[in-house]
Design a protein around this ligand. Structure first.
Ligand SMILES: Cc1cc2nc3c(=O)[nH]c(=O)nc-3n(C[C@H](O)[C@H](O)[C@H](O)COP(=O)(O)O)c2cc1C
Length: 181
């Protein structure tokens, strides 16, 4: 799959089925994430790959009703960082920017591997932090819900979530977010 295909194929699907996640797959995803650019090559991203049957349910406990579909995940990747791990130039602090780029790389590689990697911000951060023992002062930025896309629509989905399974949410037009000078 080339990059353009992976970009076009990636979707934040919410109907998932189980898939075996191996150590090799995790290392492959982490390697792809690690090849992202970062300010001074600081590599501020940190990931906890949660796949054990004993820990996953504790992360599921941190999900609100709107993200109940995530409980079908085969793995959840907790993405966190600390401001001190990356450049700050005046009011430009780059740890979130650089971590986001590495997550983008991870998601595209996951797509190429036939996985869904769906980022979510809707979770109780304190519950997840405590479960995973994240360092003080770190920012838990997102959870990436990983599984295999299922053609059977998840029963937990609302009407608008169901619609989005078959139709990608619309994007802004070129003129709404770009200008050429
Ligand atoms: C930072 C971030 C937070 C998100 N949070 C949620 C979430 O809590 N629940 C959810 O179902 N989707 C969440 N999404 C997925 C977006 O809704 C989805 O990417 C967007 O609607 C575009 O759809 P597409 O990715 O399939 O093109 C989030 C995406 C990002 C990047």
């Amino acid at each position: 799959m080339d990059v353009k295909n992976a970009i076009e194929k990636r979707r934040a699907y919410r109907s998932l089925e189980q898939v075996e996640i191996t150590q090799d797959m995790i290392r492959d995803l982490a390697t792809s994430a690690s090849l992202a650019p970062s300010c001074y090559n600081n590599q501020p991203w940190r990931f906890v790959f949660v796949k054990s049957r004993s820990v996953l349910p504790k992360v599921f406990d941190a999900l609100p009703k709107g993200n109940a579909w995530s409980k079908k995940a085969s793995m959840i990747v907790a993405v966190y960082s600390l401001k001190e791990l990356d450049c700050s130039i005046g009011d430009r602090t780059y740890y979130l920017f650089d971590t986001g780029m590495s997550v983008g790389f991870l998601m595209l590689r996951a797509t190429e591997m036939g996985l869904v990697a769906h980022p979510i911000a809707g979770f109780d951060p304190e519950k997840v932090r405590n479960t995973l023992g994240l360092p003080d002062g770190s920012t838990l930025i997102a959870l990436i819900v990983v599984g295999r896309h299922s053609d059977n629509i998840n029963n937990d989905l609302s009407e608008w979530q169901r619609e989005q399974e078959s139709q990608r949410p619309p994007r802004k037009t070129f003129d709404e977010f770009c200008r050429i000078v």
